[in-house]
Design a protein around this ligand. Sequence first.
Ligand code: ADP
Length: 584
Amino acid sequence: MHSLQQLLEEKFGYTNFRKGQEAIIQKVLDHESVLGIMPTGGGKSICYQLPALMLEGLTLVVSPLISLMKDQVDSLNEMGIKAAYINSSLTYPEIKERLYEAASGRIKLLYIAPERFASEDFQRLLKNVAIAFVAIDEAHCISQWGHDFRPSYLELAESLKKIEPRPAIIALTATATPQVSKDICQLLDIPESNQVKTGFARENLAFQVIKDQKDTYLLQYLKVNKDQSGIIYASTRKEVERIYAILKHAELSVGRYHGGLTEEERSENQEAFLFDRLQVMVATNAFGMGINKSNVRFVIHAQIPGNIESYYQEAGRAGRDGLASEAILLYAPRDLQIQKFFIEQSESTQEYKHHEYDKLRAMNQYAHTQSCLQTYILHYFGEEGRDCGRCSNCLDDREAVDITEDTQKILSCVKRMGERFGKSLVSQVLTGSNNQRIEQWHFNQLTTYGLMKEKSQKEVSQLIDYLTAERYLQPSEGQFPLLTVPAKGVAVLLGKQKVFRKQASVKQLVIDDELFDKLRTLRRDLAQAQNMPPYIVFSDSTLKEMAEKRPQNTLEMLQIKGVGQSKLTKYGEDFLAVLTQKED
Ligand code: ADP
């Protein structure tokens, strides 16, 4: 029999377990039920996929969404692991066939929706085949205190109790308050001591709250990061349409998803996003549950969601591959009204509504807290945390840069030019450009001429915009405002006042890399040929490691995380061809 470690390397291409994985797997191998709480991207799937390979019998994986099943099964088959799914997208003969395959032991993992347990055919299967254990994904759906309660999960719990002999259960979730995890344990008969909790913190996510000029920020952000994949969430279909129109108009690669579209449009758009044909998806929260796309670099909430659980889960869809990613909330007080409306409209008890209002309040506080955003979320889930050093609150002080010296250069140049010119000529003088007007006015003889030549004219001009906004410079009215230095600016020139500037919060998420792009293109072509999303071939982090380490042969290739034996056989040669190409 293979050892755990061997299987991890050979099948999945990973050398080490992540936090919590081994502890959970050990319990499963000991036939004990266990609740695993790990953040999104923490690596929950391996916790049941590995033991499924080691134990006799069929492993059932219960998952609430159809899209996820296909993805997972494709991934497993890519790794040379026999798996299948049964759901309503299949025809009856197809279902029959898969049940037969499961019964005959030809597949190790069978993915199903909770409702399936009620079907007679399935009950028959349960009687005829030995079940290794049952994995329940998104286990928080069983709790009414969770934010995504599904009655079918409660029924599932009942059905499980009837299976003879009773299989061990592994319940997995990324979002559970202490109340919810207690609920899960109780309903699924998991001993409370059998909880493995790795902490909710997402080390690769930078949280941000932006409060001004939401549309402008969004456009700027998407232009800077236009080659990256991201999701934009809005609360209503109408707002999704509005944002979609703006982005479309800006010629960005964007799709939309909400309940008002036809089933066909939705699945078409979703597929285009998964296959990297569309970079950005604007969507209501109908989109994303069960989307496994690992190379989502940012999730932007254009409107505040109703509670921290939903927020963290949706935001958490960024960076599943472990690479640096951003989760941004664009905040406007009026958006709270929409959430209040949703609560009022729901047909629930007063007590429940009260509970929902509490959750909304906690969400609103998130937008206003001055302390670490990641820590705020962790506290909400009953966990301690240290300042993350990445979120907009942690970076707020650090990013305030002292720009007194540059300010003095600019203001004194404005003064020396007689306070009779506008931004463009001032920045030309400071960066030392040559043109007729400068010569005509003899500005090239000023001491401030070329004083900032290490900067581009655009940068200086942006700095002037900032100083104008902060009133260190006074513009005249009209189309081409002339700049003068008011008292506030004079104080800086006299050294009586310092000037600070917080760095712009839009940053380029991924630095251009030619080799990485080539690998990405190859991945897309290979995936396309098989009609699979590119991230199933290899994740972004695997490609990134290839681009960095440049393996030159199969042995070196196997050292890359995410390259297992089966994928090496399938794709190794193609990727090595690119990696060993001589640079021109
Ligand atoms: P979750 O279901 O918890 O959101 P996944 O199971 O989808 O997370 O795993 C997220 C990513 O991390 C996947 O790309 C997976 O292959 C990768 N991963 C899982 N375990 C490991 C490991 N031990 N070492 C490296 N990568 C891992």
